[in-house]
Design a binder for this molecule. Structure first.
Ligand SMILES: [Zn+2]
Length: 316
């Protein structure tokens, strides 16, 4: 059914300790927002409350999309696994959401939802094929081919964080060693910086050495203000990511690669070394056909993407 132009949708993202929700119109533009501390036990009731609250000021809510950190089987409308929220892995979750709100729901993995948001109205707009990489506490990825999420045989396609970058590298949570995530996720950037500050006395000239509990965000800020050590660490991180990006380019000959997540807040400082390294390592004709861009939607990508997935699922 074609939607009326005033139709709108709700996108919700579960992340860390928060639930972020917003109304999103037919064009992917956010209207009202709500944010709530997540109560792990009462998720369905909490989502229903947020939806009710958003519906008070929005006409014609047609469907709701939820972005979930975990493995989601969309055909079966089920969360199959979630390390952060094991309580949501249950058969009836989707039905419970629909019963509690009377609205149609779509569940999707958070990286997939963010990729879809970027694809529809962000840095992926106008492309047909897209690879999305999100780099924050962990590293996730998603593949869109011919306008549709391509999720693989069991929903896990795009796990670019677990591409091996260093065969001699550190052990990863996944059981492998030297995965991209072990060097380029936010906690691992901080770990590498700490190791180096401790090892190399000239690095202690860095302003970072004055702050015992610095974060990857602090490093990005110091780098922007010209701190040499922070700049070097961000450049090296960019090289690791670029090595992974080169593999993606060679494998998929993909039209566009969009990079988002907290670590990419460093902007051009990290994007440029990523592009340089990808250029150095990728098969040249493949590289030349690929645009590598910063994500455009920031923290809203998954919320908007979840709402757009709910819209498009309701249309089809
Ligand atoms: Zn891994």
């Amino acid at each position: 059914m074609p939607f009326r132009s005033e139709s709108s949708f709700i996108g919700i993202e579960l992340s860390g300790s928060k639930l972020r929700a917003a109304t999103v119109n037919n064009e992917g533009v956010i209207g009202e927002r709500r944010e709530d501390r997540l109560q792990k036990d009462g998720l369905v009731g909490q989502v229903a409350q947020l939806v009710t609250s958003l519906r008070q000021n929005a006409n014609g809510i047609e469907a709701v999309g939820i972005a979930i950190p975990g493995l989601v089987n969309r055909q079966a409308d089920r969360v199959v696994a979630s390390r952060d929220f094991p309580g949501i892995v249950r058969e009836n979750l989707h039905a419970e959401f629909q019963e509690a709100t009377g609205l149609r729901f779509e569940l999707e993995n958070d990286a997939n939802a963010a990729a879809y948001g970027e694809f529809k109205i962000g840095a992926g707009r106008g492309s047909r094929d897209l690879f999305y990489i999100t780099i924050g506490e962990g590293i996730g990825g998603a593949i869109i081919l011919d306008g549709k999420l391509w999720t693989g045989a069991s929903g896990l396609a795009g796990e670019v964080g677990h591409i091996t970058i260093d065969t001699e590298g550190a052990e990863c949570e996944c059981g492998n060693t030297g995965c991209l995530e072990t060097v380029a996720s936010a906690p691992n950037i901080v770990r590498r910086a700490n190791e180096r500050l401790y090892r190399d006395s000239t690095s202690s000239l860095s302003r970072l050495a004055m702050n015992k509990n610095f974060t990857a965000d602090d490093m990005a800020r110091e780098a922007k203000e010209g701190d040499d050590f922070s700049l070097m660490m961000i450049e090296r991180t960019g090289k690791y990511i670029g090595t992974g990006v080169a593999s993606v380019i060679n494998l998929l000959n993909i039209e566009r690669i969009v990079l988002g997540g907290g670590v990419m807040q460093a902007g051009e400082l990290i994007l440029n070394p990523i592009i340089q390294e990808a250029k150095r390592r990728a098969f040249q004709p493949c590289f030349e056909a690929t645009q590598i861009l910063l994500a455009a939607l920031g923290e809203d990508a998954a919320t908007i993407g979840a709402a757009m997935l709910a819209r498009d699922a309701a249309i089809s």
